[in-house]
Design a protein around this ligand. Structure first.
Ligand code: BDR
Ligand code: CA
Length: 323
């Protein structure tokens, strides 16, 4: 049986790869893409999502809903210094392509009402849309089968500050609402997990890029900026936390170690804004999430390599795509 999912995304680089998995993996039933403010400009993120649909040959097959254009109470913080345009300079003629008229928060509420208890939500950007859905309808968590969150670090260093990972830093208020809402949550943290098990070296990247399909070329070009940035800050490869998050929902056998934690997010301090406190069971707190601690890194790489080699006929020409 296929796994129904909605991907809530700030589409740039690895978000594109995550969407590709949702489109190309035969076990995935991608019901919708919902857009949230995060990595790069909102309009650019939306273009990136449509271009990702196009390279998979799936333009028009999966609805794109536009959500919150800024965090709940704070100004938007971008990661354009990391991602550039988030699409490696690739472009596409977008004429006639329109997102759905319905707001992403309403779409999340409606789709889960139509299929209560069936749909998994994979949140790979700031948690604004998910929190707003909870605020609008507190019964939303009861209708979501599971919520997979890419965010935070497991008592380890951040990436946007020493204390915080980007997605939680951008909207810590939303993250607090979500962890308190009663979802069945799985967390895919930045450190140590992503750096330990979802990092692809230049050699790895070249192998995936040589896959011979439009998707493989797209992957190599789109992820180049992350590879350059990660290396510039001392991380020896390109990081893939968002695609790991989708992969673990679709293929739980990749998980080799996980544990229950009580997760909370700092929203008051400036110094540690977005810090995720993950309590591992000895502090008397009630667990609210499963945190992934280790995955089969070689199998994850093999899965991405194989997925990106899937032959496709792009729906529209991607300008600048090397073949
Ligand atoms: C997260 O932030 C974004 O830059 C990535 O897309 C990922 O979701 C990593 O901190
Ligand atoms: Ca993301």
């Amino acid at each position: 049986m296929k796994i129904p999912l909605i991907i809530d995304t700030d589409t740039a680089q690895d978000d594109c790869v995550a969407i590709l998995l949702g489109l190309l993996d035969p076990v995935a039933d991608l019901r919708a893409i919902t857009m949230v403010a995060g990595n790069v400009g909102f309009e650019q993120q939306t273009k990136n999502a449509f271009m990702t649909l196009s390279v998979a040959g799936a333009l028009g097959e999966c609805p794109v809903f536009l959500g919150c254009r800024r965090p709940m109470v704070r100004a938007w913080v971008s990661a354009e210094n990391v991602h550039g345009d988030g699409a490696g300079g690739l472009t596409m003629d977008n004429s006639g392509i329109e997102p759905e008229a319905e707001h992403a928060v309403d779409a999340l509420l409606r789709l889960t009402k139509e299929s209560p208890g069936e749909i998994n939500v994979v949140a790979i950007g700031p948690l604004t849309n998910i929190a707003m859905a909870v605020i609008k309808d507190p019964t939303f968590p009861d209708r979501v089968k599971s919520l997979y969150i890419m965010g935070g670090s497991n008592n380890a260093r951040g990436n946007i500050t020493a204390a915080a990972e980007f997605n939680f830093y951008v909207d810590p208020d939303a993250a607090k609402v979500v962890f308190d809402a009663g979802f069945d949550i799985t967390v895919i943290p930045w450190e140590p997990l992503t750096i330990q098990d979802a990092l692809f070296s230049r050699q790895h990247m070249a192998e995936i890029g040589a896959g011979g399909s439009p998707v493989a070329s797209f992957f190599a070009q789109v992820c180049e900026a992350t590879l350059d940035f990660d290396e510039s800050v001392g991380i020896p490869g390109s990081s893939h936390p968002d695609s790991l998050t989708v992969a673990l929902l679709l293929h739980p056998e990749l998980i080799t170690k996980s544990a229950l934690y009580a997760v909370d997010v700092e929203a008051d301090s400036e110094l540690t804004r977005g810090y995720s406190a993950m309590s591992w069971g000895i502090h008397g707190l009630k667990a609210n999430a499963r945190v992934i601690e280790a995955v089969d890194a070689a199998a994850f790489f093999g899965y991405i390599k194989e997925s990106m080699a899937t032959p496709t006929t792009p729906s529209r020409e991607i300008l600048g795509l090397k073949r």
